[in-house]
Design a protein around this ligand. Structure first.
Ligand code: MG
Length: 388
């Protein structure tokens, strides 16, 4: 194994009014975003979460579907938690390890690239920012004692990057010698006599500590997701004898059914193609070939969920889904809100982000003759700048 990452998520986070790593940011738990960032990075082979034992249910929900190792229990201090992660990885013995705080969900791929490069180059390196504010030392009464020269000062972030074995050795030695007061891994390495290099951090790589931080992070997040894209989709299915149709994941009683390899949910198929189109990921037939028997009669919600997951893997978000159903019957209006709620649930968005309309074709053409149902859809998504 070349490179692993330890995600330190065992803190209790009282300052942010609860467990900050499980609070949502942009509709997802902070920890889920961090795990996905590292799991998706091609330079990182394994992601080792360290959690508080009491958070296991929250962790399972936050990490669902993400390719990371089983979490290990953290200790009483951050230092003990990092050590637990290192010990869990010691069997794999990776060459390099990044140690990252779960409370920093806005780190970029470029920062991870720099961290991996710095680990290889120096064996121990930390991301830093120059301090732009004037810094004063004050006494207990808040009176200024002196102005501190800031040229040599740096604010330190994570991920911190290390050769694995020296970091594990330093942690074991610190534990043996009863030193448990190091607030970051660099401090521990300094104590162990290792020279620690620095690389460029990111102003946007905020540590979410207070509720104010969450508000700032949400604003940064919205700005970062400025690459707005739109995709369209169209689908059509013919009627066959039956007693219901599936429309947007909702079963609607009808005097006929729809022919299809899956459950023939024409609306979810059009929406799936719209989402895939927005990320230029081919079409539904490419991802779920009708030639594969496993999709026979399959519920179509998994098709849309898959397309949405592909957006999320790019760090993106669904801004809006809109669709029009074209048919003479059944009447869609009475089911509209149930269909919207169903689509919202499948796509992991709010009902206000889902539009569903219906129209007849005034008796014209094959739809007018009641031979089938068509649907057209559009998906608006937001991607981070620089996404594929
Ligand atoms: Mg179809």
């Amino acid at each position: 194994m070349q490179s692993a990452a330890i995600i330190v998520a065992a803190g209790r986070g009282e300052r942010a009014g609860g467990l900050k790593q499980y609070r949502p940011l942009g509709g997802e738990p902070v920890l889920r975003r961090v795990l996905r960032l590292f799991a998706a990075h091609p330079g990182i082979d394994a992601v080792q979460p360290v959690i508080h034992p009491a958070d296991e249910a929250d962790f399972r929900a936050a990490a669902a579907g993400i390719d990371c190792l089983s979490p290990v229990a953290g200790g009483a201090t951050r230092q003990a938690s990092v050590r637990a992660g290192l010990e869990a990885l010691s069997g794999e013995n990776p060459a390099w390890v990044l140690v990252h705080d779960a409370a920093r969900p806005l780190a970029s791929w470029a920062l991870l690239d720099r961290a991996l490069a710095a680990a290889r180059e120096s064996g121990a390196a930390i991301p830093v920012l120059a301090v732009n504010d004037t810094i004063k030392r004050v006494n207990a009464a808040g009176r200024v004692i002196e102005t501190v020269a800031r040229e040599e000062l740096r604010a330190v972030q994570t991920p911190q990057a290390f050769a694995f074995s020296p970091l594990l050795d330093a942690h074991r030695r610190a534990a043996r010698e009863g030193r448990n007061d190091f607030t970051d891994d660099a401090a521990l390495m300094e104590w162990a006599g290792v020279s620690v290099a620095t690389f460029m951090g990111e102003a946007g790589n905020l540590k979410l500590t207070t509720s104010d931080d969450f508000a700032r992070a949400a604003a940064i997040d919205a700005l970062a997701l400025g690459d707005v894209r739109t995709g369209t989709g169209f689908d059509i299915h013919a009627f066959e004898p039956g007693d219901h149709i599936m429309l947007g994941g909702v079963k609607i009683p009808h005097g006929k059914g729809l022919i299809g390899h899956s459950d023939a949910d024409v609306l979810l198929h059009a929406l799936t193609d719209a989402v895939l189109g927005a990320i230029a990921e081919g079409d539904i037939g490419h991802h779920f070939p009708p030639s594969e028997a496993c999709w026979r009669g399959a519920p179509s919600d998994q098709f849309l969920a898959h397309a949405v997951a592909l957006v999320k893997w790019r760090g993106g978000r669904i801004a809006h889904l809109d669709a029009t159903v074209l048919c003479e019957a059944p009447k869609v209006g009475p089911h509209r809100d149930a269909i919207r709620a169903s689509i919202a649930r499948i796509a992991g968005i709010k009902i206000g982000q889902v539009g569903v309309k219906a129209t007849t074709t005034e008796g014209l053409g094959f739809l007018g003759r009641g031979e089938g149902i068509a649907a057209q859809a559009s998906a608006t998504i937001r991607l981070p700048w620089g996404a594929e």
